[in-house]
Design a protein around this ligand. Structure first.
Ligand code: UT7
Length: 335
C-alpha cells in the first residue's frame, strides 16, 4: 500500500504589486527589496476575496488534474495563518464552497511550515485509517490582510496565494513519501508573530490603534534560524532515507527570501539549478509557497516521474520541516 500525489493546483490573485508600488507606500526602494530578498513583485487578493476563495480555486485546479469530483474527497486540511475566521475552520468553508460533503475538515497552523506539517499529517491519517482514501492538503494565505502597510520591515516581503496537493492511497503503488521530519522551538515564539487578537491579548481599541493585529518580525534572527533549521532538518531526512544530496532532483524550499534559499542549497551542496525559485514573482506566501511551487513544477514539466524531491520549510512558532518524496506519478492531465 502506498500514498501518491494524484493532483496539484495553485492560484494567485490577478493584482500584481511591484516594488515600485511599495516605494509609494513606505520608505523603501526596488534596489533594497531585490538585493535583500530577491522579490520583484507579489500578488494581492481583492477586498472581497478571503483565504478560502484562494484555496477553492487551487483546489478546483487540483481536482481537475486528478479527475476527481468533490464528493470523492475524504478529508480537507487547510494550512494557514490568515484563516477566514478564528472559527469555524477555513477547511469547513472550503468544503462548503467545493461541495465536498464526505470530507472531514480541519485547519492546521504551523505558519510557513504549515504545508509540510499538513502533508505529514495527511500521510499519517491515510496510513492509519483504513476508511480514508483521499485527502486534500491546502496551503492558503491572504497575507496582505495581516500586514501593517506602514512597516517596511514586513510589508515588502509577503504575498497572497494558495497551493493544493491531493493525496491518494492505492494498493498497487509504492509510497511516494520516503522520509519526513518536523520540528519546533517555542522559545522563539515572539520573533515572528501577531501580538494581539488571541486569548492572550484580545482585541481592544488600544490594540487596534497600536496596530498589534499585524505581523511583527525580528528579521535577522529569523534569517539565521531559518537557514540553520532547514539545513539541519534536510540532513536528518536524507540520513533517514540513506540518501545523498546529489541524488536529489529538486530542492523545493519555502520561498521566504532568495538569500535564505541560496544559503540552504549551498550548505547542502545542492547546485542552484536544482532549487525551484519563484519568490521573485510571488514574495513569501507563507503556507502556500511550496504548494504553488509544486504545481508550477508539475504543470511546467520540471518534475519528472521518479524524481526525488526534497521539500523544506521554516516559519513562526518557530516551526520547521522537511519531506522527501519520490514523485511516482504524473497525471496526463498535468500538461
Ligand atoms: O517565512 C519565514 C519567516 N521569514 C523569513 O524567513 C524572513 C527572514 N529575514 C529576512 O529575510 C531578512 O532579515 C530581511 C529581508 C527581513 C531583512 O534583511 P536584512 O539584510 O536582515 O536587513 P536588516 O533587518 O539587517 O536591516 C538592514 C537595514 C536596517 O536599517 P539600519 O538599521 O541598518 O539603518 C533596516 O531598517 O535595512 C532597513 N530596512 C529597509 N530599508 C529599505 C528594513 N526593511 C527595509 C525596506 N526598505 N523594506
Amino acid at each position: 500500500m502506498g500514498i501518491r500525489v494524484i493532483g496539484t493546483g495553485s492560484y494567485v490573485p490577478d493584482k500584481i504589486m511591484t516594488n515600485a508600488d511599495l516605494e509609494k507606500l513606505v520608505d523603501t526602494s526596488d534596489e533594497w527589496i531585490r538585493t535583500r530578498t530577491g522579490i520583484e513583485e507579489r500578488r494581492i487578493a481583492s477586498a472581497d476575496q478571503a483565504t478560502s476563495d484562494l484555496a477553492v480555486k487551487a483546489a478546483e485546479n487540483a481536482m481537475e488534474m486528478a479527475g476527481l469530483t468533490a464528493d470523492q474527497l475524504d478529508g480537507i486540511i487547510v494550512a494557514s495563518i490568515s484563516v477566514d475566521h478564528v472559527f469555524p475552520s477555513t477547511a469547513c468553508i472550503v468544503q462548503k464552497k467545493l461541495g465536498a460533503a464526505n470530507a472531514m475538515c480541519f485547519d492546521l497552523e504551523a505558519a510557513c511550515s504549515g504545508l509540510l506539517y499538513a502533508l505529514e499529517v495527511g500521510h499519517a491519517l491515510l496510513t492509519a485509517k483504513k476508511h480514508l482514501k483521499r485527502i486534500m492538503v491546502l496551503g492558503a494565505e491572504k497575507m496582505s490582510s495581516l500586514l501593517n502597510w506602514d512597516d517596511r520591515n514586513t510589508c515588502v516581503l509577503f504575498g497572497d496565494g494558495a497551493g493544493c496537493i491531493i493525496l491518494e492511497k492505492d494498493d498497487s503503488t509504492e509510497d511516494c513519501f520516503i522520509a519526513g521530519s518536523l520540528g519546533a522551538n517555542g522559545e522563539y515564539s515572539d520573533i515572528l508573530q501577531i501580538p494581539a487578537g488571541g486569548s492572550a491579548c484580545p482585541a481592544t481599541q488600544e490594540t487596534v490603534a497600536n496596530k498589534e493585529h499585524f505581523i511583527t518580525m525580528a528579521g535577522q534572527d529569523t534569517f539565521k534560524l531559518a537557514v540553520n533549521s532547514m539545513v539541519k532538518v534536510c540532513r536528518k531526512v536524507l540520513e533517514e532515507a540513506e540518501m545523498d544530496a546529489s541524488q536529489i532532483a529538486w530542492l523545493v524550499p519555502h520561498q521566504a527570501n532568495y538569500r535564505i534559499l541560496k544559503a540552504v542549497a549551498s550548505r547542502l551542496k545542492i547546485p542552484e539549478e536544482k532549487v525551484y525559485i519563484n519568490v521573485n514573482r510571488f514574495g513569501n506566501t507563507s503556507a502556500a509557497s511550496i504548494g504553488i511551487c509544486l504545481d508550477e513544477m508539475v504543470r511546467g514539466d520540471h518534475i519528472k516521474q521518479g524524481d526525488y524531491v526534497l521539500l523544506t520549510a521554516f516559519g513562526g512558532g518557530l516551526t520547521w520541516g522537511a519531506v522527501l518524496m519520490k514523485w511516482s506519478y504524473i497525471p496526463k492531465t498535468a500538461k
